[in-house]
Design a protein around this ligand. Sequence first.
Ligand code: ADP
Ligand code: MG
Length: 602
Amino acid sequence: MSAPIESFHDLGLPEALLTALAEIGYETPSPIQAACIPPLLAGRDVLGEAQTGTGKTAAFALPALARVTLDLCRPQVLVLTPTRELAIQVAEAFQKYAHHLPGFHVLPLYGGQSMVVQLRQLQRGAQVIVGTPGRVMDHLERGSLVLDDLRILVLDEADEMLRMGFIDDVEWILTHTPAERQTALFSATMPEAIRRVAHRHLRAPQEVKIRAATATVAAIRQCYWQVRGVDKLDALTRILEVEDDFDAAIVFVRTKTATVELAERLEARGYAAAALNGDMTQGLREQVIERLKNGALDIVVATDVAARGIDVPRISHVINYDIPYDTEAYVHRIGRTGRAGRRGSAILFVAPREMRMLKAIERATGQPIEAIALPSREKIAGRRVAQFRQQIVDTLEHEDLAFFIDVIGRIEKEACFSAREIAAALAYLATRERPLQVEETGTGWELATADPLEATQSERRPQGNRKEILARQRAYADGVLTRYRIEVGRQHGATPREIVGAIANEGGIEGRYIGQIHLFDDYSTVELPKALPPELLGLLKRIRVRQRALAIRALADGQTAQDRSRARTSRSQSASRQADEAGTAAQPRPRTGTAHKRPRKS
Ligand code: ADP
Ligand code: MG
């Protein structure tokens, strides 16, 4: 590319647009803007490849706006986008940049919106149409959208349109627009199918390619936490609690159900959180994004597709709660933060078996992703105490406390407590919901198993209780196995493999410490070290298999419990052991009788 362009003034844009840009606060054109605006202004076709977050919208919107005739209220620019959200966002961007263009109209067209409304709006006219391929085709076929005056056609996020299966529609639209139009195609990646479309429909395009890593992730701090021991939700809340610059977050999960589940669990912990997924009506989705924008929500739990292209500048954190399927998805995800020149953080949760994906992502982005430790209990407690202290100081400074001083004075006198003691009681009451002293809910590092990364990770562990950790690990390794009961059984569809998997992966207990597993109808038993520390037991209780919490508990005393269970299920028990050992799934029914029937949780 040519010498770096320092100012929008060097690009040949009209004064009205420069004024708007100055008001919006853009200082310098981004690389893709600097490279695309001049050729587009000159009427050339452009084939632009740049990652999300590099400023592609302005790269085509500004030159397009420079070239529309405001007196003619008919479609002169058509932008195709893969999703409704993007159509709205791009339309909003046009509106923003066109602030000083009197008589300018932009119209978003997408499926799901009332046809009647769209027809009326089309009749009123607009110079710029931004639409999804399906709905645009619809209107072209009905004759409600007439493109006789079309001068510029933009394909935005072409690779995504390809991925979503719109490419035939896009080509159909391309063949139904005036041949002399100018065309710009933007894409985060340039797969062969997109190149073919470009080849067929663009005339001697100026090719612009902005290197992936630089623009996209430069402002983003990337780190990962290796999932072990601690429940991911606990890890998430702990991390968020100590992140200094936390404003809002998008949390990525893999499934639609997970968006709802996790959002609910976060809400239950007091976060303003909501789900965003493809099952929600589009109106609802927009509402969620709007609420995130205006601060009514701080966390949105989303799937990749639903969050694609979202541009909410206050998103300070992207949490990859579930690792993405490919490196591209990762880049798209983290592009939701660090918007508009702000700083952003991307945190990735990586299970041990997903380390390979982590390496692939590092290779693809050309940037190392730094390992982090969960904040220690002390750090969280320190943070809470500091906040509490600040609240007290603020209250003392800004509130009229005369009445309360009087009340406390009376208590002090009548009940013979010192003011400090009374203050302590009040502090206790005030922080009951969110205790200043943090209880250890998971184990995390304590039971981490040796792995090849150990050496590089040692600095991630809290230093203080290292001795204790080792002692515990030893106790646990030397310990005898005993039998525990878990509340998931054959009728829930559990298999021994799944149970071992859950205990090993989520509980961080090495396979060699997991003994025999016996499946029964509505519960199972599993042998684990007798010396399991209480935190780990707490964690194991909450681990889920087949949607059911294990609710693990040691059978009263290893020996008696076994005897009891043998007495009750003698025949079947041994049969089941044989079945386990033979590796078959055939299991006898260990017991019947309603006395043991547990009420089924809904
Ligand atoms: P892309 O389409 O490449 O993903 P966007 O066009 O959505 O990127 O722009 C990403 C963010 O950067 C938006 O918030 C936009 O307002 C902001 N932005 C774009 N160009 C500039 C610029 N020159 N200076 C500052 N911020 C910009
Ligand atoms: Mg874009």
